[in-house]
Ligand binder design. Sequence first.
Ligand code: ADP
Ligand code: ZN
Length: 516
Amino acid sequence: MPALEILKTVYGYDAFRGPQADIVAHVIAGNNAFVLMPTGGGKSLCYQIPAMVRPGMGLVVSPLLALMADQVAALRQAGVRAAALNSDLPGDERRALWRAIHGGDLDLLYVAPETLLRPGVLEQLDGVRLSLIAIDEAHCLSQWGHDFRPSYRQLDALAERFAGTPRMALTATADEPTRQEILSHLDIDEADAFIAGFDRPNIRYAIEEKDNPRAQLKDFLKRHEGESGIVYCLSKRKTEETAAWLQGLGYDALAYHAGMDKAAREANQARFQRGEAVVMVATIAFGMGIDKPDVRFVAHLDLPGSIEAYYQETGRAGRDGLPSDTLMLYGSEDVALRSRFIEESDAPEQRKRMERQKLDALLGLAETADCRRRVLLSYFGDHAGPCGNCDTCAEPPKLFDGGIAAQKALSCIYRTGERFGQAYVVDVLLGVENERIAQFGHDRISTFGIGREHDNRTWRAILRQLITLRLVEVDLAGHGGLSIAPAGRDFLRDKPALMLRVPPPPRARRGKVARG
Ligand code: ADP
Ligand code: ZN
């Protein structure tokens, strides 16, 4: 049956969407393909239809058992001969499945990489005619990607073993290095890459400095009464505390993290899936496999791990195409914490360097005065004009020439011995007379009171930006002492121009105006 007819009869759609038609034709003709398409873009058809058109059985490698079961059930309902080879199938079902495989009775066989790589499985597939091999969520094989799975790494054996069979790699998250890693591992040509646009125009992006995170979240949620969404936190404990706090405010809030027992986790996921206005407060353990089209908002209370993670997590909003809203909060402590994760990991130096680059790219997005969407898409190699649907488009941040301020801050940190925290350094800059400063004799140094042209709030914002720009380091293991980073020393020597953001006006809390 021709591809278009299958699209109509099996799926009930009239036309291919975006690059689907090209991809399907390319693979039917026997070529490999790398498919990069945002979530919800329609990747599944791209391998399912060629698998039905070409002679033989399509082998689909997929990391998630639950997702596999859903796909297989949906395909069967539509009359497609699909099955999943699952390592915990009972013996008789397993034998029956292998008989079907060898008898040529299947169009599609789903399998997890761990199962596929068990002794004997590949050997049993040797005699089977394969229409194609599709590797879903292919970014799992990239060490650069954030979902690395060692078993995926061994899939490169497939390229040799089934050399004549078209190979497909499909993913929704891949920056340039991830892309290259996938292509080289699966031996797919650059010319076989299909890269669809990453823009999710219905998602609004906003990124704010952490000022009063709970108040910021509360304001954000006020715009989303009666809607479902996700609030991401870094720690398990914070998800529980935040969920409890939101419940106290009357929200139907649930927690989700890997430390909960499986039944509780599944119950909460099911309630979120079905609920009308459930706020899921979760760690990143909540993610892959959520299939709720009407997630209206995603908030990050802590800095995500990378731009890809941010894109993927915010991308869980608005799969139905309707307007959806996101908010990410970040503070200098997030930056310091993420840096510490990197420095203290056992990873080889090359890997750490990669991680630092990724963090810098994310901070660049957080600090940009340019359109968020433009910066985000350019990270994936897409180009776009200002979008009109992000916070910086709505209200371009005010910038000031911060070169002198940065020099003052850096020399003040230097002259106080690179061991005091932010509050102390700001007090010295402002020339505050207090016992502690007198005790250390810092009321007699040249930087005492050299910063009176800015207020406390502005100095804190300046220091935060210097931390984000990696000119200043925070000692998190100790007491949050500030020191000058290598780039900060270069800065003091070269005195380049530096534009900084003016801090937003203080936020009103509970009717009272906060003191600046
Ligand atoms: P992905 O795997 O890229 O996240 P899916 O393959 O799950 O996306 O497809 C997302 C949704 O879009 C599904 O509901 C699917 O049925 C639908 N879809 C895919 N292709 C088409 C099409 N050509 N026309 C209409 N709907 C489509
Ligand atoms: Zn914009």
